[in-house]
Design a protein around this ligand. Structure first.
Ligand SMILES: O=C(O)c1ccccc1N[C@@H]1O[C@H](COP(=O)(O)O)[C@@H](O)[C@H]1O
Length: 273
C-alpha cells in the first residue's frame, strides 16, 4: 500500500504545481487568519480549480462556524475537511451531516494521555491526523514545526486511516513513519524557507524522502482505509491508494495502562467494532 503524502499550507500556483507534479496525494489549504498560510477565498477559488482531480484537496479550518465552512466549501470544493481546532465529536458529526464531506480530525499529541479522546473522534471521523500539541502561548494550534514523541503512537491499534504531522522534514520523515507506522505524512513548515513561504526544492525533497520509505518492507504500514459512507474522493487522486482491501492488521499493544494513560487504553485496544 502506498503512503499518503500531504503538503499543507500551499498558497501560490507555483508551489501548488510543484507539489502536484512531485506526486503529492493531498494538498492542504489553510483557512485560519492568524496563520501565515491563510488563504483568501479568491485565491482559494483559483487554487481549488487548479488542483481539481490532480490530488485530494484538503481545507484546513480551526473551530470554523457553518457560514465560514460554507464559503470555503463553495470556493475551494475540497474533498475533505481537516478540523484542527477544539471541535467536539458532536460538532464533527454536525459538520459531516451539513457539508456531506469526510472529515480528518487533528489530535494534539504530547503524552499518551492525549489519546484519551481518540475513541470518540475515531467513531465519527474518516481519518485522524496526529499533530504535535502547540505550546500554550502559540497563536495557532499547528503549523509550528514542532515535533512530538512519535513513540506515543508506537503501539496504536486504530482501525481508521491516520497520518502524522508536526515538524516533519526530509531528514526525519522516514523515522516518523518507521516509529508510528502511519499511513500518511503531512508537512508544512518543513518545506518552507520562511513562515508561509514554500520552497520548491524542499517540497520535492520531502516527497522523495517519504516515498523512499514505501519500498517493500517486512513490517506492514497500516492505518489506511476508506470504508465510510463519506469517502474523501481520494479515488480521484492519481496518487492515492485507499481501497478498503488495503487495510492491514494492527499491532498488538504492549504498553501498560499506566504508560498509555487511562482513556488511551481503549484506543490502543481498538476503538470500533
Ligand atoms: O499551517 C498552519 O499555519 C496551521 C494553522 C492552524 C492549524 C494547523 C496548521 N498547520 C498544520 O499543522 C500541522 C503541522 O505543521 P508543521 O509541518 O509542523 O508546520 C500540519 O497538518 C499543518 O497543515
Amino acid at each position: 500500500m502506498s503512503l499518503i503524502v500531504k503538503i499543507c499550507g500551499l498558497s501560490t500556483r507555483e508551489t501548488l504545481d510543484v507539489a502536484l507534479d512531485s506526486g503529492a496525494d493531498m494538498v492542504g489549504f489553510v483557512f485560519f487568519p492568524p496563520s501565515p498560510r491563510h488563504l483568501s477565498l479568491e485565491t482559494a477559488r483559483e487554487l481549488g480549480k487548479h488542483a481539481k482531480r490532480r490530488a485530494t484537496k484538503v481545507a484546513l479550518t480551526v473551530d470554523a462556524d457553518d457560514a465560514t465552512l460554507a464559503n470555503i466549501v463553495e470556493v475551494l470544493q475540497p474533498d475533505i475537511l481537516q478540523l484542527h481546532g477544539r471541535e467536539t465529536v458532536a460538532r464533527l458529526r454536525d459538520i459531516k451531516q451539513k457539508f456531506a464531506l469526510p472529515v480528518m480530525k487533528a489530535i494534539a499529541v504530547e503524552t499518551p494521555a492525549d489519546l484519551a479522546a481518540l475513541p470518540g473522534y475515531a467513531a465519527v471521523a474518516d481519518r485522524i491526523l496526529f499533530d504535535a500539541r502547540a505550546p500554550k502561548e502559540a497563536t495557532r494550534p499547528g503549523g509550528l514545526g514542532t515535533v512530538f514523541d512519535w513513540h506515543v503512537l508506537e503501539n496504536l491499534d486504530l482501525k481508521l486511516p491516520f497520518m502524522v504531522s508536526g515538524g516533519l522534514n526530509a531528514e526525519n520523515v522516514a523515522e516518523a513513519i518507521r516509529v508510528t507506522r502511519a499511513g500518511g505524512v503531512d508537512v508544512s513548515s518543513g518545506v518552507e524557507r520562511a513562515p508561509g513561504v514554500k520552497d520548491a526544492e524542499m517540497i520535492r525533497e520531502f516527497i522523495r524522502a517519504a516515498r523512499a520509505t514505501s519500498s517493500p518492507s517486512p513490517l506492514p504500514v497500516y492505518g489506511e482505509r476508506s470504508d465510510r459512507s463519506c469517502d474523501p474522493g481520494e479515488g480521484e487522486s492519481p496518487h492515492s491508494s485507499l481501497s478498503p482491501s488495503s487495510r492491514k492488521q494492527p499491532l498488538t499493544p504492549t504498553l501498560s495502562p499506566q504508560e498509555r494513560g487511562e482513556g488511551a487504553e481503549a484506543a490502543l485496544r481498538g476503538n470500533k467494532s
